[in-house]
Design a protein around this ligand. Structure first.
Ligand SMILES: NC(=O)c1ccc[n+]([C@@H]2O[C@H](COP(=O)([O-])OP(=O)(O)OC[C@H]3O[C@@H](n4cnc5c(N)ncnc54)[C@H](O)[C@@H]3O)[C@@H](O)[C@H]2O)c1
Length: 269
């Protein structure tokens, strides 16, 4: 796997938080392209079930329970992966703490902030520290940092998701820094910003149910499927794009947002 374009046959791919949702769809699609999948999730039974379903469909996958907020569990995952695969070619950081915080800034206790940052930011850092040194040593590999369209194109739903959006903004900074650090050492970096995506069978989203999208422009409130989001990521990996975003019209919206000096109160999407 080069830092420019990525092909997947026989590649060793580790995805965190892939027992369900977007991570699961990415795992299924990459397995169908011939990749060997490691599905790591806090939900160990879900990770095992996802891997078993991929194997039943003819793919190659194993499941591991791993809480990315635990140094010990990430170390144990790294040891198991090293023993079985000898390293990882593509690391997709995707796991996320439940995004909804109980209300506005004056009503969120510090534990919620700590938890969001420990999983969503330091969880990614733990995984990078565990798997990127091997990539650097081999001079090849690729990492995906999953942020959110809300981090590059905010809307008023973010007022109800403050620890989440703070963590997703931090991941922009992480991806920017890595994009200077890693490619000269043979490791590519992709910043993945999914747009609103339904991870439910009924096609709905919790943030819509809770009314967080009331007053948000209709252009960004129609949820995509996980299959669509996964397809956008895989196409972006293939093309070597740094930013991969599955929100329709995102490039034009970014230009409009920039023209408004990144003032979120403006009209840009
Ligand atoms: N769904 C959306 O609308 C949307 C929009 C923008 C960005 N995203 C991002 O895409 C990624 C996937 O989102 P999703 O909606 O599919 O999530 P999801 O909630 O459906 O799944 C998240 C997975 O992460 C796992 N997880 C939670 N805590 C963990 C931990 N400590 N260690 C390991 N695994 C853990 C969960 O068990 C679950 O399987 C996330 O990074 C999310 O922020 C999603």
């Amino acid at each position: 796997m080069s830092s420019d374009t990525v092909e997947f046959a026989s590649q060793r791919v580790l995805i965190t938080g892939a027992a369900r949702g977007i991570g699961l769809a990415v795992a299924q699609d990459l397995a169908a392209l011939g990749a060997r999948l490691v599905i790591a999730d806090l939900d160990g039974n879900g990770a095992d079930a996802a891997a078993a379903a991929i194997r039943a469909a003819g793919g190659d996958a194993v499941g591991h329970r791993c809480d990315v907020s635990s140094d010990a569990e990430v170390a144990s995952l790294a040891a198991a992966v090293q023993a079985q695969y000898g390293g990882i070619d593509l690391l997709v950081n995707n796991a996320v703490a439940h995004p909804l915080a109980p209300g506005r800034v004056d009503a969120i206790d510090l534990d919620r902030w700590t938890r969001a940052l420990d999983i969503n930011v330091l969880g990614y850092v733990r995984m990078l520290r565990a798997f990127v040194p091997g990539m650097i040593e081999r001079g090849r590999g690729h990492v995906v940092i999953t942020s959110s369209s809300l981090a590059i194109l905010p809307n008023k739903a973010t007022a109800q998701m403050l620890p989440y959006i703070t963590s997703k903004g931090a991941l922009l900074g992480l991806a920017y820094g890595l994009s200077y650090d890693l490619p000269p050492r043979g490791v590519g970096v992709t910043l993945f910003c999914p747009g609103l995506t339904s991870t439910r069978e009924d096609g709905g989203t919790k943030i819509a149910d809770l009314g967080f999208l009331d007053g948000v422009p209709k252009s960004v409130t129609q949820p995509a499927t996980t299959k669509y989001a996964a397809g956008v990521l895989i196409a972006g990996l293939r093309s070597g794009s740094f930013l991969v975003c599955s929100q329709p019209g995102y490039a034009e919206s970014i230009r409009a947002f920039a023209a408004q000096h990144l003032d979120p109160r403006g009209d840009f999407q």
